[in-house]
Design a protein around this ligand. Sequence first.
Ligand code: NAD
Ligand code: LMR
Length: 444
Amino acid sequence: MPKQNYAITVAGGGSTFTPGIALMLLEEMDRFPIRKITFYDNDADRQEIVAKACEIYFKENAPEVEFGYTTDPAVAFTDIDFVLAHIRVGKYAMRELDEKIPLKYGVLGQETCGPGGIAYGMRSIGGVLEILDYMETYSPDAWMLNYSNPAAIVAEATRRLRPDSKILNICDMPIDLEEKMAHMVGLKSRKEMQVGYYGLNHFGWWHKIYDSQGNDLMPEIKEHMAKNGFADAISDTNQHVDESWKHTFQKARDVYAVDPETIPNTYLKYYLFPDYVVRESNPEYTRANEVMEGREKMVFGACKEVIEKGTAADCGFEADAHATYIVDLARAIAENTMERFLLIVPNEGALENFDSTAMVEIPCIVGSRGYEKICQGAIPQFQKGLMEQQVSVEKLTVEAWIEGSYQKLWQALTLSRTIPSASIAKNILDDLIQANKDYWPVLS
Ligand code: NAD
Ligand code: LMR
């Protein structure tokens, strides 16, 4: 792709993250010039609130950028270079059920982990594939940067069903944690570190961390982890700041203690300490409630205020500094920067003693021809055992979606470390089927 002014479509235009990402794109225009931004969503009313506010902001701050929003795929996906996809199929109403149904049975309820993640995956696969297909129909040369969750299941579905598509699946959790680790050792940015990492999405470990002179940073980071997990480090994200996240960063100390040779992703707490998570949960008030009353209200409140006042001046809109990795990734493709990212990609030997067909999260070099994987060698028995079980959950979920198989989805739930027995798995599954009848394929 030659250097030019790029055209971007944001899929999930009504997302709580959209204003922050749109403003971030404007702030990064000197690195990544944009001629057109289009928001696309399948919920016209929700999107309109975010889009009208952003339209006002764009008119005031970047009139040279053509801005539009639509629910028409032909309009949204024609003549574009990149799709940034962050959809939530079923929105917060369904996230709340994903979290609360398992808790009825004493099993943790989480957005991407355990039964909640499986339920969300069964909803997301179709939505993400649909957007990918629109992009390929209307702009066959474009790339999709996908950070819609649950990324592990979505990525496995794209591997199975669209293996040749131009999609990169990426997660921002490792980015936030790397920012925290850089801060622990006194570096300004994660970009001053070089890391080795292996795992599945929301299920991985750092096994090497060096600074740009090649000094080993692991000993110092380990000291912090042993004392306080990620809790004593800050980062520039305003995404993971609520009370529940503070507990998660603190709990990483106990997750770290299980394997002090590596630094864990915070999401491992759900798999290694599910009993603790259930004890700490309030079945009447889960993370979905926290976000609906927090981020969602705040973002939509700010958007409505901009629309009412007719100006975005002093509106409190903020660019999402943390999301600049999206621009880094788009530039890597557009301008062949060959930068390193953790991506979710087919293993194919990068972890030599692990299923070659698994979608693994590992460092990759990204350029205009896509990515090249950086081999991480053989993984230890502990991680291998956990990952084999979890990757089977993810594969069975995707197979259940493709085949409409009740049996496979029951097996997926039964295999999840978060669920103690096949009978509890069945009870949860039957409730989830009822709750998701507008979204899941029919299972038999
Ligand atoms: P949200 O509910 O505020 O926004 C999602 C939007 O997607 C909604 O406006 C909804 O109408 C729209 N949508 C749903 N299905 C669609 C479809 N089939 N086609 C088009 N639009 C559709 O959700 P949010 O909290 O802003 O999160 C958005 C997504 O971003 C989620 O998947 C979330 O998990 C993900 N996320 C990913 C990362 C990451 O780095 N991987 C970080 C944070 C959030
Ligand atoms: C969110 O809604 O912020 C999620 O994507 C992650 C979380 O905070 O639970």
